[in-house]
Write a protein that binds this ligand. Structure first.
Ligand SMILES: CC(C)(COP(=O)(O)OP(=O)(O)OC[C@H]1O[C@@H](n2cnc3c(N)ncnc32)[C@H](O)[C@@H]1OP(=O)(O)O)[C@@H](O)C(=O)NCCC(=O)NCCS
Length: 134
């Protein structure tokens, strides 16, 4: 059970997170708000994650509250991408997660679809820079 005051922490993603990240990425709402809206295939996901984790700085994090994974953040140079676990949305987690990302990494560019009002709100509030995509 997640309570309001619980602290959100980041840990580095591992290959053990493959299925969870796959499910979050394939969630219909996540796909609708992504640049590429197509359904992700597990083989492609595993290949991508393996390559990513082999980088010296993978920039892929799992946000946890009380050891419960609640979201993910990915950094690509000056850009940030994020998703909250579908079962933990609308509880203020994106705000906590992006505040923590700001503390750790500074302001980043979030590429956001205009209709993604939740993401626009939260990126603005937490001091990141919004770049609208179509
Ligand atoms: C966008 C997303 C990160 C928001 O996460 P969240 O933890 O549910 O957001 P929060 O609870 O911190 O809410 C932030 C604000 O957006 C509002 N909001 C959240 N979900 C919403 C929705 N589906 N529709 C309208 N408003 C919404 C909240 O009410 C809150 O506003 P308020 O503080 O003024 O009341 C999450 O929905 C998500 O992961 N979506 C899919 C992936 C995605 O869009 N990633 C961002 C790509 S740039």
């Amino acid at each position: 059970m997640i309570h309001d005051g619980d602290k959100l922490t980041f840990r580095r993603a591992t290959i053990e997170d493959a299925k969870m990240l796959f499910d979050w990425r394939n969630d219909p709402e996540t796909r609708a708000m992504s640049r590429d809206t197509s359904v992700l295939l597990m083989d492609n996901h595993l290949a991508w994650l393996t390559r990513r984790l082999a980088l010296s700085e993978p920039g892929l994090y799992i946000a946890e509250i009380d050891k419960i994974p609640v979201g993910t953040v990915r950094l690509d140079q000056d850009e940030i991408s994020y998703a909250v676990s579908p079962s933990h949305r609308r509880k203020g987690i994106a705000e906590k997660m992006l505040n923590r990302a700001f503390e750790l990494f500074g302001p980043k560019i979030a590429e956001v679809k205009r209709e993604n009002t939740a993401s626009v709100k939260v990126a603005e509030r937490t001091g990141h820079i919004i770049k609208f995509i179509d």
